[in-house]
Design a protein around this ligand. Sequence first.
Ligand SMILES: [Zn+2]
Length: 302
Amino acid sequence: MKISTAFVPLLLMMVMGCRPEKKTVMQYPDFEIGVIADCQYCDCDPTDVRFYRKAPARLKEAVTELNTHKLDYTIHLGDFIDRNFNSFDTLIPIWGGLHMDKFHVLGNHDFSVADSLKPMVFEKMGLKDRYYSIVKNKWRFIVLDGNDLSVHGALTADKKQQTDSLYALLSDRELPNLKPWNGGLGKDQLQWVENELKLATENKERVGFYCHYPVLGETNDLTLWNYEQVLTLIDKYECVKFYFNGHHHDGSYVQKNGVHYLNFKGMLDTPDSTSYARVAFHNDSILVSGYGREPDRGLKIR
Ligand SMILES: [Zn+2]
């Protein structure tokens, strides 16, 4: 019997359809990273909750310890310095001692330098871009710049104008986070984030966010100005698994829809204890091994 070639795809589909469907379960590799928040050094006298001159020794101790582990990278979640551009020069050689890839998130205090020096902060911190993503091990780590629209970090006329518009828009609502030491994301960054989330979904990558500012936490006066826009994006994409930040030195943990919002504690807040962590990624969980005041945690990946 001669079968018309037009029927061949149909026959193939019928044969294939009889086979039990093979479900592909993605496996994600195991790896570990280092996380430090708010090193915040300056050569300044201490306050009750900021022991500035302890920061270099704390950072050095963390670098030495993290170097004894096999880590993919270490990330600092912003406020590397407290103020003064030359504070970077004390920390950078110590930070450079990490035997692994290293990344910075921009914090508000990283802009507590003379206006003329602000454009040089990025190069000083080794940043090619103010916001960027790190793609490795089937994960996409999205590094946000929460100072994009802010009093201290909006450096172009367009960003200053967007800052004024956002501030005016939110002022009517008397939000507790509408403080000059917080900041927000501009339109181009929000669009970029959505593109990254679409790309991650297409590539079956998992997504974690790093930002200096929280979008959800136990206190709400330190959140990103337009945290609602970021939360809306996170809620829309199943690929998002966590959001890590600093800024609120006491730390905080909240879970919403299975996404973990973890605020790491500041490194320099007490006279005698540090705070930083190793974070291990497994197929079904994220394990935080804390040092000093940072607690251990087991976070289930949704
Ligand atoms: Zn901060």
